[in-house]
Design a protein around this ligand. Sequence first.
Ligand SMILES: Nc1ncnc2c1ncn2[C@@H]1O[C@H](COP(=O)(O)OP(=O)(O)OP(=O)(O)O)[C@@H](O)[C@H]1O
Ligand SMILES: [Mg+2]
Length: 619
Amino acid sequence: MSAEDLKLGGHEDTLALSALAAAIAACGPYITQGGADWKLATGALAGFSGLYMAERFHKRWMHSARAYLPRDQQGRVQTNDKLVSHPGALSANHEDRYLEDALLLGYMTDTGLPYYLPTLGDARPGNDPANPPNDHVFITGMSGVGKTVAASLMMFQQIQKGGGVIFADGKIDSTNIESLWYMLKWCGREDDLVVIHPGDPSFSAKYNPILIGDPDEIASRIMSAVPKAQNSAGADFYRNSGMQAVSALVAALQRGGYAFTPADISLLLLSPTELEKLPNLPGIRGTEEGRVVNLFINRFRVANRNGSGGSIIDVNKVKELFGGIGGRMGLMGSGNFGKVANTTRPDVNLFDCIMQNKVIYLPLPTMGKEETAADFAKMFVGDYRTAVSWIQALPVRLRPNPPTLFFGDEPGSFLSENWDRLFEQARSARQRLMLSPQTKANLDAVALTLFPKLAGNCATKLLFQQGDQETAEWAADLIGMKLGVLRTLTESSQDSASGSSSDIEGTASAGAGTGTSEGARHQEMYRVSPDDLKQLGKGECVVYWSGKTRHHLIVPMIDFSSRFKKWAGSPRIFAPENPRRPRPYTRDYGIYQRLDQVLKADQEYINAQTVKKEKGDKK
Ligand SMILES: Nc1ncnc2c1ncn2[C@@H]1O[C@H](COP(=O)(O)OP(=O)(O)OP(=O)(O)O)[C@@H](O)[C@H]1O
Ligand SMILES: [Mg+2]
């Protein structure tokens, strides 16, 4: 909506404003006559004027955002094929009570009825708020067929309801931030946009994915960057040892109140002098955590063979265990990723954002910096898990309502195999997960079991136009078969002719016959065939819900008028003026700020080791 829209003019506005002016004048000192009539008339005039103006502004607002469906020339909804919908189970009347919480997904092509998806928090009778139904959504379809458009429609409704959204975007589309901004602005929620943008730190909130949580959670986030070695006991052993050691380091830092960043952790893991110092730092020395971390560090120690007694940290042993993790964390702590993540006073923390129903957008620069982006996303998801577990610990009435909508677009780049457990936790923490991979092959690249695992955990599947046979067949198989009747029609014809030339008279005969036979036999057929799924048009999908119902829908697309866009201006992101260091931290570990000193000290430590060793060897 532009300022133009709000300009006053025309006879209706004049009339309404005159009524308001008359009402105000009547309240002034010029009319002294009292009595109920005057009061009544004044009230009526003010009321008329107020209502008219409110309605007028409202109309302008309503018209500045439009939802439209693809239509053909006659103004009908256009579809290639009308697949038969299951008798409506989730189609609902506008009067239905539980619609309050449900999200409109689209319109059924055969009946034109709206189709709503209930949410976890819906008010349907028999719905236990502590154990809500599974309402996770799985969206699949080839590129450019309307997956993001459908998700945007749901996000818009979520924003209108005042709910929170987390949008992790595996394929950056620069218009997504703007779309979210328009949606928020349209709903008067312009303070709720949180953008964590490792590809463009100048337009990003500062966010440290490894600061919040208990030591084990943080350690597993840090270790999620290390690729899992499959079927290798040795590699698994190293992974577990690494995990325990990192957990002990984090526990010690937290005990001392030292806040750390990915760059700090990277440096600490590779610095023998800092590892030596850690158990003796103020706040850590003499504590249980200090003793535990000392034990771990002692594993790296070897006898000092230069005769001076005591022991030293063997740099090679440190490298063996921590080299990989330290390197990955180093990448996370440098460049643009570092500009976003290296902070001990983050602008945002995920738990607070979810509890405040913020709209979080996380574009992942998967092009070019694929591995680091995936690591960042995995840590973000780890942080999300922690937040989810905290929400689970809250009493039901304090959990997000409406449920948070987590949308993972093109999630192949950041999912890991252990995602399935999140679905269960998310459900009771009132988080609706919505994932949209293009094809099965996209997720097979991460792990062969991932696609069926994810699909298996989502009660609702939105199947858009499929571009590849494998996913189309999978989707058709999923919806299942029915016993159909295969009709056959057989036609036959015969001609015959015979003759003999040896007779004087000659004999000849000819015959012809035709026949038709009809048959019918029962045969298993696809309810929705792979070919049906390959032929769906843009914005069309088959929704398969809870293993029971299937509907052919057409999804409306949300668009904002150019006048509204102009009025809404460019996006503004949420960032507090004075971000604070979160609990339990009271000071910064700050090893990265002392980088030069640390590197110098390490070099001296290593030199001393090698020189002394050589001397010791000669003896
Ligand atoms: N329901 C719809 N109504 C009208 N147009 C649509 C609809 N859905 C999609 N489109 C058109 O198709 C374009 C691509 O849609 P969308 O971005 O949702 O594709 P996608 O499936 O998310 O693709 P990708 O996998 O590449 O991200 C939209 O920009 C829009 O122009
Ligand atoms: Mg998309």
